[in-house]
Design a protein around this ligand. Sequence first.
Ligand SMILES: [Zn+2]
Length: 99
Amino acid sequence: MSVQPEQERASETGCWCCGGEYPEAQLVRLGSHPEVGVCLRCARWLQRRAVQRHDEQHPSPAARLRGGIQTVRDAVIRKGWHQRGTLGVVLRWIDRHLP
Ligand SMILES: [Zn+2]
């Protein structure tokens, strides 16, 4: 395994999930593949997908609660309420504090 020169790695600032360009400080790198960077927003999305997958495999009251929250989240996004002025600001703030 070879290590890429630092100068070459500095140009790898794209998110491998959404394709956006981000400063290095806003990317999370994979342990075994540091060439792969994911932006903080996509990392949170991936974390939620991982928890959802875990909950599907290990049902529990907490898993059902998180599933219910995700169902409401999906409905809000589908209806576009998260993009509506003050209501959107409040809904996005609530979402940042939910599992
Ligand atoms: Zn991204």
